[in-house]
Write a new protein. Structure first.
Length: 341
């Protein structure tokens, strides 16, 4: 079990800035996010979208903002767990928190900050009534251990980066691999598409484009085949051992809804002094929180992160006064930032 001062759930801009504000106060943090790279919506939904309302930055893209935030927190000792999700959150009798992820990682912290934006990004699932029967055994929306696919017959659904990345990665390991895409235009980076088509020409993978899923067939929890058609009225029965589905991610409140917090529709009610939730020691910042007058702006989330950090410092060291120090003049701040005097 990893012990830290604060666990931050969400690696979007507010979660990353929370690391900075905690670091200035000498607190360590661990970040957990369900997506594969830091940045939240800025990375997943609009990396190229221009942002004009970050103070002192006339314009930057979502990707540039995240790059700068990651640069800003480099001086601090923090950890980051990606492509994972908090499945358990329990407050212990001593006031600390036990956090466990889907992959089995365990954390203990003095406080928790939920910076989940619009919620955790959940995979878009197959809309077949019998699909849940195969989840976790032969139908996969996330990959935890790719070794289970070695020498197996695999079909991958999707045309984005995840689908192409796994098609390329597994092409040399599987007995047979079929990439199935609903269109003939891909959302993945062009280099990955080019490499996949070259492998198709070499007979190492099969690619079916303009495809439509008609059925998935199996016995007990094991898939046996899928039925796929294309826009030329052709149908293909593909024998498989595993089906990997990468139809993208959709934001949902997810497990947060089960943690006993005061939920306001799809947001979490907080106070405006500490941005603490209804559970002492759990805070919420950014788009996921709600209070009277709330505005869903990144700059508002940055302000919330600062006040939450001071509240957490006071919670961890209740007998000490938390002094406000300025990064311009404070030697302590300079030391924590790794600046030379």
């Amino acid at each position: 079990m990893k012990k830290t001062d604060v666990v931050i759930i969400g690696a979007g801009p507010c979660g990353l800035f929370q690391v900075f504000e905690l670091g200035l106060l000498g607190l360590k943090a661990e970040i957990i996010d369900s997506i594969r790279q830091p940045g939240g919506q800025c990375s997943e939904l609009y990396p190229d979208k221009p942002i004009y309302d970050i103070p002192a930055i006339p314009v930057c893209t979502g990707e540039e903002l995240i790059d700068n935030l990651l640069k800003q927190i480099e001086p601090f000792d923090y950890g980051m767990t990606l492509s994972d999700e908090v499945s358990e959150l329990e407050k212990k009798e001593d006031g600390t928190f036990y956090i466990k992820t889907i992959s089995g990682k365990e954390f203990q912290s003095s406080a928790v900050v939920i910076a989940g934006g619009v919620g955790s990004f959940q995979p878009r699932k197959l809309k077949f009534g019998n699909a849940p029967d195969y989840e976790g055994s032969s139908l996969h929306y996330r990959i935890k251990d790719s070794s289970v696919f070695r020498n197996k017959k695999i079909a991958i659904l999707g045309g984005g980066d995840s689908a192409l990345d796994w098609a390329l990665d597994l092409s040399e390991k599987t007995a047979e691999l079929t990439l199935i895409h609903r269109r003939n235009e891909y959302r993945a980076v062009p280099d990955s598409v080019m490499r996949a088509k070259k492998l198709s020409e070499q007979g190492k993978i099969n690619i079916i484009e303009n495809a439509k899923m008609y059925a998935i067939n199996g016995k007990d929890s094991q898939l046996v085949s899928i039925l796929v058609g294309n826009n030329e009225s052709e149908e293909f029965t593909i024998k498989i051992d595993h089906l990997l589905v990468f139809y993208g991610l959709a934001p949902k409140l997810g497990p947060i809804a089960e943690w006993g917090l005061d939920i306001n529709r799809k947001t979490i009610n907080v106070d405006t002094e500490k941005f603490q939730t209804s559970t002492e020691g759990i805070y919420a910042i950014g788009d996921i929180n709600y209070y009277p007058g709330k505005k869903k702006l990144i700059l508002s989330g940055f302000h919330e992160a600062a006040l939450a950090a001071f509240a957490i410092k006071q919670r961890i060291e209740p007998d000490k006064k938390v002094h406000l120090q300025y990064t311009t003049t404070s030697s302590i701040m300079h030391e924590r930032l790794g600046l030379k005097e």
